[in-house]
Design a protein around this ligand. Structure first.
Ligand code: ADP
Ligand code: MG
Length: 323
């Protein structure tokens, strides 16, 4: 296996125009001791970071393309959840060797994840060691308009984008070594290629009262909104959006995946009654999936109910199964 030097790697792969096709606001990018970026007047910087460690956040010998896609995808999802427009990112990569084939696949994954947005690579660090990828992302919001976990109020509707539980089922498909045909391949894709809901985040940013992206499972993440907003959530289990693929694969365990499965990177947010219809229409007009799954009420905690309104005990720790 060929191993490149740190400098060859940066020049050939990370400085490549494919990772900075649009470089809005970049005064100085890769090549100096630091990047220089322009923040337009009236906008604020939103900063987030996520680290992926081999064997913990992705399987050993995972495809480099998946790792690249995922490393940037989960950071883009944090921007979506804040209602921010992603602009720039840095990449800190630690790897046992710098192999051209691996780097090509990895950069292809990064470029694919970036394709839906105007984000570009502006710097980073390259070191030798156990495979670990750390991305820091920077985005912009109109001053004072970032979406937060705090702000939900009793009476607000609870909404989610997309379908829930697919990514956790995809990971289970992978771990079980199931035949990867048809529908199950679709579940696997949901795990390996998390699509940040950036357009959805932009549609809700001026009207949602709170928002979070679902990385640890619906009940756990909705629980964070409840804690930070000091309200309780009532969730209708029969309203949860389940994909046909999840239902086919998980059968009567589909709800366990939808309530407890992590890694979906869908958005969960709250809308006051006055804006719900308008938002539902805006999503429909763009062909984006949106589902009302319950309502905020006074109190604490997340409470689930079946179709007859009977309380159901779905432990918030459900996601532990998938860790
Ligand atoms: P320094 O020693 O001053 O930290 P480096 O030699 O580590 O600089 O990096 C040289 C340039 O290459 C810097 O602009 C840095 O941001 C960039 N760089 C290094 N590694 C990466 C990477 N993995 N991705 C993007 N840019 C990188
Ligand atoms: Mg330096």
């Amino acid at each position: 296996m060929v191993s490149l030097s740190e400098f060859e790697t940066i020049a050939t792969y990370f400085e490549s125009p494919s990772l900075a096709p649009v470089a809005t606001g970049v005064v100085l990018g890769i090549g100096d001791d630091g990047a220089v970026l322009d923040v337009p007047a009236g906008r604020q910087l939103v900063v987030a970071a996520d680290t992926l460690v081999e064997g913990i956040h992705f399987p050993i010998d995972c495809s480099p393309e998946w790792i690249g896609f995922r490393a940037l995808g989960v950071n883009l999802s944090d921007m979506a959840a804040m209602g921010a427009d992603p602009r720039w990112y840095t990449l800190c990569i630690t790897s046992p060797q710098l192999d051209p084939a691996w780097l090509e696949g990895f950069c292809r994954g990064l470029a694919k994840a970036a394709a839906a947005s105007a984000v570009c690579l502006v710097g980073g660090d390259t070191t030798r060691g156990p495979l670990t990828i750390s991305v820091q992302i920077l985005g912009l919001v109109a001053a004072g308009r970032a979406l937060r976990r705090a702000g939900a109020r009793p009476g607000d509707g609870i909404y989610v984008t997309g379908c829930l539980g697919d990514a956790a089922a995809g990971l289970a498909v992978l771990q079980a070594g199931e035949a990867r045909d048809g529908q199950f391949e679709a579940l696997l894709q949901r795990f390996s290629h998390p699509r940040a809901r950036l357009r959805e985040g932009a549609l809700i940013r001026d009207v949602a009262t709170s928002c979070i992206d679902i990385s640890d499972g619906l009940l756990a993440d909705l629980g964070h909104i409840c804690e930070q907003s000091a309200v309780a959530a009532h969730v209708s289990l029969d309203a949860l959006p389940l994909s046909p693929a999840l239902q086919a694969w998980a059968g009567d365990r589909a709800l366990d995946y939808a309530t407890g499965g992590g890694d979906d990177y869908e958005l969960c947010f709250t809308l006051p009654a006055a804006v719900q219809r308008e938002l539902e229409q805006a999503f429909q007009a763009e062909g984006l999936q949106l589902t009302r799954i319950g309502e905020m009420v006074a109190g604490t905690g997340v409470h689930c109910f079946d179709a007859h309104g009977a309380p159901q005990d779905f432990a918030r720790s459900g996601y532990e199964h998938f860790r």
